[in-house]
Write a protein that binds this ligand. Sequence first.
Ligand code: ADP
Ligand code: VHF
Length: 390
Amino acid sequence: MVERDANPAMGVDTGVDLRAHLKTDRRWVIKIGSAMVTGNGAGLDLSAIDRWAEQIAAMRAEGREVVIVTSGAVAEGMARLGWPERPSALPELQAAAAVGQMGLVQAYADVLLRHGIHTAQILLTHDDLSNRQRYLNARSTLRTLLDLGVVPVVNENDTVATDEIRFGDNDTLAALVANLVEADVLVILTDQLGLFDADPRKNPSARLLTEVTAGDPALETMASPEGGRLGRGGMYTKVMAAKRAAQSGAATVVASGATPHVLLQLAAGTSGVGTVFQPAQTRLAARKQWLAGQLRARGTVRVDTGAAAALRQGGRSLLPIGVLEVTGEFTRGDLVRIVDEAGTDLGRGLINYGSTHAKRLCRQPSNAIAELLGFAEEDELIHRDNLILL
Ligand SMILES: Nc1ncnc2c1ncn2[C@@H]1O[C@H](COP(=O)(O)OP(=O)(O)O)[C@@H](O)[C@H]1O
Ligand SMILES: N[C@@H](CCC(=O)OP(=O)(O)O)C(=O)O
């Protein structure tokens, strides 16, 4: 039996009861590692997938949104091809992943459909998320799927991923997906009860830490980069994923996928389950801080008095109807300055339309966007979540 201990040096005393917070957190990214999905390499563990699906269905019924990030393509491919060891050559890994991915998504699709929930396969590479246009497209697709009540099932696109464009481990991918969908919580299900103060495989007296602060450098020395036989990255990439998720304001929990009702216990705020990584700041504060740190505005949007008042007092999004003039050359997702009629700085924001389109939308109602441009991305020129006032 593992001793549970919140090491006082690692404890969090922010006055925020993070476990209680989980009870109301709405958007969850749940990452499931290879060892858990494939019953330690013995082929897909369908009964485990079934148990998680049942819990995810219960979470959906409570009004929560869930994105699954699942590993296991390579491990399932190995099982299907009868390979006992994970290959080291990239083409073989990619071949195994291509074989295994088929069974992996089918398994999630089948079990979730039994609960009346549709799934969607999303395969991403690092390249997709570092290219602004593709990042925004992936983000819109994921948000639309969530709005439709679909559970996206994400994995790395192993077939095309070469060294320069691969995440390499799904913990990093999951943190980036948490950022992409602005998740409240990232859950990483693995084959240990959580983060221990040393690798429990090597040190049987290692103690479980239940509450820690994301980004605490001490955690990085405790977490070994060695994974199990199937996984990659070990606990180190999970600690780094928690740090990354915290930068967009998400809390991370590392817990065992084998703990009965693990997801429902977390969603109920049950204490002692897994390791909770507390983010140092709130989601909105993190996002606004990121926006404030962006110095290079690519264009300027001049707004009328009504729009300026709506932004200042009402915390509203900027609609094209309130825009007098757009200057500069920029693409969708770029940072622009927002100024009032007199040209005084009001704020900064990420714009939903490129400059050619934005210029055509000045003074137009949002319901005319589709007709004017032949397509409509969003009703707002700048959404309030992507806007800071100076
Ligand atoms: N400090 C630590 N606490 C818990 N596990 C650790 C720690 N350091 C290393 N590990 C190892 O990390 C492994 C989990 O990583 P990995 O095999 O990559 O899992 P997954 O497939 O779930 O991503 C555990 O089985 C454990 O041996
Ligand atoms: N895309 C790979 C992920 C490999 C991986 O990172 O595994 P893990 O460390 O178990 O999350 C696969 O599906 O096998």
